[in-house]
Unconditional design. Structure first.
Length: 430
């Protein structure tokens, strides 16, 4: 199969063609020739006036609905949603029912989508059933290929349990994931505690609920590293997922400068929307962490620019329609995001003046998963996505996920996905 791409702007920051418009010839799933102009026979010619090539997305936060939640998302729809969004590698949270917590379950998930062009990387629960009672078989799970551990989609509230998990895992190449939230402070909260919560009469979720948890986990990490006797693995780290406040960015930045092995990501919706988006009680905007202030949003962008925050994630969380079409305080939290994370991030990143967009969308996540994406150069595998600069408003009819709870419905983005490629597997113009 020969595919000729004409005048494509290259947005792979590791490529020698970065920032240039070139022609590309792919033969049997690999780049065969890259030059300012190519005249060659091809089975398909792809051309346009505003086409850009990006590496594929690596998403570090996808809620697992399987087993038990096939009505919200099954393997087929999950693969389709990821593919449509250019997300060819993603980390699954241990949130199925029952929770995948045996080595066999981890290996099954890891191989489930093999051959589809998309790969899932299963994370494992820190405690059995995410119940915060008994430890999971952390060593066996790690040996089975699970190098990422979390307390479901949240974080351990028990300080002693969290400390012991960090102590047990620090000699291994393991990432402990924490979604910081002190439940005693956020209990029954609906939106960010601020102006909108006061105007709307809804219980707020204070910034303190997040930052207090960040401080606690950083203190625990510092204690573990101080008492590790030099045995901590160089690839061991604590990872904060979905931070949403300016204070969290500051705390994590200070910890990184102090030499602690800590990283962070941010959900795409926290980079796009603020608390004002819920002023009309739109339950599609009900997410956790909640949409914060404009000052927080800008601080998150600054955290990306200075490297405090390594990656942007979709926080893909399928929810049934009957749990969203309720009064706001009764509706479920969550938004799907696999199909829109790249489009929304790239559109807004350019407005914010962020360079090397692919670092946060692709390469940082790849490093976190211990994989390396192919560089755009002759001889390498064809793996990436083709975007067109074409302003459009996102509609529910476009969604291929089984669940339709997208925060981006009605949101205008400056780019449109026109092609996704992974070796011999590809889709274009569909």
């Amino acid at each position: 199969m020969r595919i000729l791409f004409k005048q494509i702007l290259i947005q792979d920051s590791r490529s020698s063609f970065y920032g240039k418009k070139v022609d590309l010839l792919a033969v049997d799933g690999r780049w065969h020739e890259i030059a300012p102009s190519i005249e060659a026979e091809a089975d398909q010619v792809i051309a346009g006036s505003a086409l850009q090539w990006f590496p594929s997305v690596v998403d570090l936060r996808v809620h697992n609905t399987l087993p038990g939640g096939e009505h919200k998302e099954d393997w087929t729809s999950l693969q389709a949603a990821a593919w449509k969004g250019g997300v060819l590698d993603f980390l699954l949270l241990p949130t199925g029912d029952p929770v995948p917590q045996q080595p066999e379950a981890i290996q099954f998930i890891a191989g489930k989508l093999a051959g589809s062009g998309v790969l899932a990387y299963p994370s494992a629960p820190l405690t059995l059933g995410n119940k915060a009672e008994n430890f999971s078989d952390l060593m066996d799970l790690h040996q089975s290929g699970a190098h990422w551990f979390s307390h479901g989609a949240g974080s351990l509230q028990d300080t002693d349990l969290m400390l012991k998990c960090l102590q047990y895992l620090q000699p291994l190449a393991a990432r402990v994931i924490s979604r910081p939230d002190v439940k005693g402070l956020s209990l029954f909260g609906q939106i960010h505690e601020g102006l909108q919560s006061t105007l709307l009469g809804l219980k707020g979720i204070p910034v303190l609920a997040e930052t207090m948890h960040v401080k606690r986990d950083l203190d625990l990490l510092a204690y573990v590293m101080e008492h590790s006797f030099g045995l901590a693995h160089p690839n061991f780290s604590l990872h904060f997922s979905c931070i949403s406040t300016a204070e969290s960015v500051r705390l994590i930045s200070e910890a990184q400068k102090a030499g602690l092995p800590v990283t962070a990501d941010v959900a795409i919706y926290s980079l796009i929307f603020t608390e004002d988006a819920v002023s009309d009680f739109d339950t599609l905007k009900k997410v956790n962490p909640p949409l914060r202030t404009e000052a927080d949003r800008l601080a998150l962008w600054q955290g990306l620019k200075d490297g405090t925050i390594m990656a942007v994630v979709s926080d893909h969380h399928p929810v049934e329609v009957e749990y969203k079409e309720l009064e706001f305080d009764q509706a479920a939290f969550g938004t799907i995001g696999l199909e829109t994370v790249a489009l929304a991030f790239i559109s807004e990143a350019k407005k914010q003046g962020l360079t090397a967009i692919d670092t946060h969308l692709s390469h940082a996540g790849a490093a976190f998963l211990g994989i390396q994406l192919p560089v755009l150069k002759e001889g390498e595998v064809l793996k990436g996505m083709l975007l067109e600069t074409n302003s459009h408003t996102y509609r529910s009819a476009e969604i291929v996920s089984k669940s339709k709870n997208s925060i981006f419905i009605g949101h205008t983005m400056e780019h449109k996905m026109v092609g996704v490629f992974n070796g011999l597997t590809y889709s274009y113009g569909q």
